[in-house]
Design a protein around this ligand. Structure first.
Ligand SMILES: [Fe+2]
Length: 294
């Protein structure tokens, strides 16, 4: 007889791909016996054409998978520049034009792999009941919402407050099964140093670069008595600009937070090519994560 408490699901979490993906990765994940694959976004680099090539490769996976769009997915280089560089901010709304089409193309290239955002998914990988909540897409971190004009058109989100409300609404839509949050950038509240798990390493002032809406949604779920197992995200590359390493995972108030962004995820180790992902193991009781270089 199966005991729910002892059942375990294994989930492969793939950090920011940034074009580091090839046939060997497809072959590995097709034989690795994961129950589910979660891509935290940023399949692309600076052109959508090459990102779509990665997406078309991903569709050959024979494992259920979902991907949340990162700030490199569905944005062209000028748009990304306008979101990042303060002097170009005035163009950022105009550059959202066409983003819906670019995202649709990415979704088409992904085939059966779900491109997810502001959504809830009720699954049972390996028999473990699970609600996955996909957070805000295209997050760039910090207090400002990236791609605001597009978020408004596509999701009706026009502020941090409305994003918080939408994520809480998704929490309320979950049943009694445990929760897992999938996001591109992780939540705020986990440290304000450059080398904190989602800390800002590209400004002179060290600060918390996590997403406030995600932090509030996780807290809301916990305080409502929900069993939140884990939050998985990426975006802030584990190696900081000054060469320090962020923690790959943090546990706080019984919730596991995983930053999977080992970039580049293909490395040469002792003359052999190694590929990174995180093995996440879930039971109804809790979650553990370990880095895998294969
Ligand atoms: Fe990113």
């Amino acid at each position: 007889m199966n005991d729910l408490a002892t059942q375990a699901a294994t989930i492969g979490v793939i950090g920011d791909v940034h074009l580091f993906w090839d046939d060997e990765d497809v072959a590995f994940f097709n034989r690795a016996a994961y129950d589910l694959l979660l891509f935290v976004g940023d399949l692309s680099g600076y052109t959508q054409v090459r990102g779509q090539r990665v997406a078309r490769s991903l569709r050959r996976l024979r494992v259920p998978a979902m991907c949340i769009p990162g700030n490199h997915d569905g944005l062209h280089a000028f748009q990304l520049g306008a979101e990042i560089a303060p002097r170009a901010h005035r163009f950022r709304n105009a550059f959202c034009r066409g983003q819906a089409r670019r995202c649709r193309r990415l979704g088409e290239a992904l085939g059966d792999i779900d491109l997810v955002a502001y959504s809830r998914h009720r699954l049972a990988p390996a028999g473990v009941p699970l609600n996955i909540i996909a957070g805000r897409p295209h997050s760039i971190g910090g207090r400002r919402l990236a791609c605001l004009r597009y978020l408004e058109e596509a999701y009706g989100i026009d502020s941090m407050e409305s994003s918080i409300a939408r994520l809480k609404w998704l929490v309320d839509a979950c049943d009694d099964a445990p929760l897992l949050f999938l996001a591109h950038n992780g939540p705020s509240g986990l440290g304000d140093r450059a080398d904190s798990i989602w800390g800002c390493d590209f400004r002179r002032k060290e600060e918390d670069w996590g997403d406030q809406d995600l932090e509030e949604a996780v807290r809301y779920a916990s305080s409502a008595g929900r069993n939140v197992l884990a939050t998985v995200a990426g975006h802030m590359h584990r190696k900081t600009k000054s060469g320090k390493s962020r923690p790959a995972q943090v546990e706080k108030d019984g919730i596991l937070y995983v930053n999977a962004a080992e970039v580049p995820r293909h490395r040469e180790v002792n003359g052999a090519k190694r590929r990174h992902h995180v093995k996440l193991t879930l039971t109804a009781e809790g979650a553990t994560a370990e880095d895998r270089w294969v």
